[in-house]
Design a protein around this ligand. Structure first.
Ligand SMILES: Nc1ncnc2c1ncn2[C@@H]1O[C@H](COP(=O)(O)OP(=O)(O)O)[C@@H](O)[C@H]1O
Ligand SMILES: [Mg+2]
Length: 146
């Protein structure tokens, strides 16, 4: 596990951009964290790192947004997903490994996540714009992420 303190939304985006440079294009990135923790900011940085520079916002109502970047990015918001049936009906299993899947509110589908997915938890720090970012499942690249 790698732990990083971000001091601003720009830092969070930059950390995500750095992480994007180690992706092969078929990963699942499960984001954990409360409202306002920075999951969407993280996704924006990741997408930017892969060459997608348009708007990235939480797909709360749409459930999924798709961005065509160096790889296809499938951005899920699982806020309303409460069961495996719900998950199935989003098409999640069809998108899996056909691009990069980024998931907000992974808490809601944690038991259905694959064991080898990348997990990133974002939580509020001591100061207003501080966030603690913990990265699990990128051990090979940890030394290059800061
Ligand atoms: N270090 C930080 N990293 C990310 N967001 C931050 C940080 N500091 C303050 N913020 C603010 O917190 C909010 C994060 O929003 P967002 O990324 O939409 O969170 P989430 O998707 O987790 O609900 C934004 O308003 C952003 O400006
Ligand atoms: Mg969000």
């Amino acid at each position: 596990m790698k732990k990083i303190i971000s001091k601003s939304v720009i830092e969070t985006e930059n950390i995500a951009e750095k992480i994007s440079s180690f992706l092969k294009g078929d990963e699942v990135i499960a984001l954990f964290g409360d409202l306002g923790a920075g999951k969407t900011a993280f996704t924006r940085g990741l997408a930017r790192g892969l060459g997608f520079c348009d708007g990235v916002s939480s797909p709360t109502f749409a459930i999924i947004n798709e961005y065509n970047a160096r790889y296809s990015i499938y951005h899920f918001d699982m806020y309303r997903i409460k069961s495996e049936d719900d998950l199935y009906s989003t098409g999640y299993y069809d998108y899996l490994h056909n691009g990069i899947v980024v998931i907000e509110w992974s808490e809601n589908i944690e038991e259905y996540l694959e064991k080898d997915c990348i997990k990133i938890s974002l939580s509020y720090g001591k100061k207003e714009n501080e966030r603690e970012i913990k990265i699990y499942g990128m051990e090979e690249y940890e030394d290059f992420i800061s």
